[in-house]
Design a protein around this ligand. Structure first.
Ligand code: ADP
Length: 404
């Protein structure tokens, strides 16, 4: 039987917010997008954007995610602001889930066992997994019988070989707790690497691709033929690059040293490393937003200048390491807020690999948010601006699995 329903609802649920997109999989274009804010907090607000029509705002307090989802369905099917007649026009719902543990190298149709696994990993992603589960359970209540699919931020990282994902700590900790490198932003890394292979006409089985996902949270992955071989984020998203507020790699002994010197608990110091470090901390508290850091550096603020240099230097180190790990590189891609908008970071990183024959095309690089080959035609490495689209990546998986 032909699979007739062609729309996928993608949900990204936070503890008090819910982002959604309804995507028509025939042309992979969104029909509507929206954001529910302040769920279970006075002042709840739904902003629904049917594509091609005016925004529609509903200000109505909701006590939980189930009530929020019900209002989202009302908006989607509203006779004036809606884009579908009823829920039967939705083939499946794709949920972003941050931590899937070691069991899921791919997205999966959600059943009780999958929910139990998501729950099991709540302690590793305490801000995200419980909220992701709330979203799943809310949809189960609001749309009984619909196929729900979980797309994990960790699935792409499951491709890493043991030598890349294992930490050099006693092996019992892997056996008991699965302490390993997971590599987050997996949906983005997978999407961008696959799209880059198509866009640059590379061999889908052998292409060596590095993706720099540079947003507020930032990570780098290396993949060969679409299979992740290394990724900069670790057991949690704290490891790797310098980010807006996260430190990225540090000597772990720093944690105890700050605890002792400042009379703080490990929890407090980890909070500092997650929320008060990165370019925010390095700049002496100016901002976690890279635009503010760039402006401050341009105005001659020394700390901001060093923060920016360190941010870019760390990216170059990771890219260099991954090129060595793969024995070369065919494409280096830039994505997310900084990667898509900041030509200077792309120029500096691209030019750092001039010794390998990478050549940035300054004219082509003078662009924002649009998929573009930003290297010169004779560059030995393709440099690509590839906007990420995590919602579409999730929708593709949900569509594929719902059809089975
Ligand atoms: P996340 O999804 O991790 O919150 P985004 O991918 O939306 O982050 O990226 C947000 C970041 O992108 C902002 O913090 C901002 O610093 C950065 N950004 C956006 N535009 C620019 C720009 N023109 N130049 C430099 N940085 C930018």
């Amino acid at each position: 039987m032909e699979f007739l329903m062609k729309n996928i609802l993608v949900i990204n649920c936070g503890s008090s917010s819910l982002k959604y997109q309804l995507i028509n999989m025939e042309n992979e274009e969104p029909l509507a997008k929206g954001l529910f804010e302040r769920i279970a907090i006075p002042g709840s607000k739904l902003t629904h954007e049917p594509i091609g029509k005016d925004k529609y705002v509903v200000e109505k307090d909701v006590k939980d995610h189930t009530e929020a989802i019900a209002l989202v369905f009302e908006a989607l099917t509203d006779k004036d602001h809606g884009v579908i007649k009823d829920a039967s026009e939705i083939a499946a719902v794709g949920h972003r889930v941050v931590q899937g543990g070691v069991k899921y190298p791919d997205s999966v149709v959600i059943d009780d066992e999958v929910k139990a696994e998501i729950k099991k990993y709540c302690d590793l992603a305490p801000l995200h997994n419980p909220a992701n589960l709330m979203g799943i359970e809310a949809v189960e209540k609001a749309m009984p019988g619909i196929t729900n699919v979980a797309a994990f931020d960790t699935s792409f990282g499951m491709g890493m070989p043991e030598k890349a994902y294992k930490y050099a700590i006693p092996s019992e900790y892997y056996d008991k707790y699965h302490i390993r490198r997971y590599g987050f932003h997996g949906t983005s890394h997978m999407y961008v690497s696959q799209e880059a292979i198509k866009f640059a006409g590379l061999d889908k089985d052998t292409a060596r691709v590095i993706v720099c996902h540079l947003g507020n949270g930032a990570s780098i992955s290396a993949s060969i033929g679409g299979k992740c071989i290394d990724s900069s984020m670790g057991l949690t998203p704290l490891e790797g690059l310098i980010m807006g507020t996260r430190s990225g790699d540090i000597d772990p002994a720093i944690v105890q040293y700050i605890c002792d010197k400042e009379n703080r608990s490990v929890d407090e110091v980890l909070n500092i490393l997650n929320k008060k470090s990165g370019v925010l901390g390095m700049s002496g508290g100016i901002s976690s937003d890279f635009r503010d850091i760039e402006n401050a550096a341009a105005d001659g603020n020394k700390l901001a200048e060093v923060a920016l240099e360190a941010f870019r230097y760390r990216i170059i180190k990771y890219v260099g390491a991954y090129i060595a790990a793969m024995g070369g590189v065919d494409a280096i891609c830039f994505t997310a807020g900084v990667g898509e908008n900041d030509k200077e970071t792309r120029r500096i990183v691209g030019n750092a690999f001039g010794y390998l024959g990478a050549k940035i095309d300054d004219n082509a690089n003078n662009v924002r948010g649009k998929r573009t080959m930003i290297s010169t035609p004779d560059s030995k490495v393709k440099l690509i601006l590839m906007p990420t689209n995590e919602e579409l990546a999730i929708a593709r998986d949900a569509y594929r699995l719902a059809k089975k």
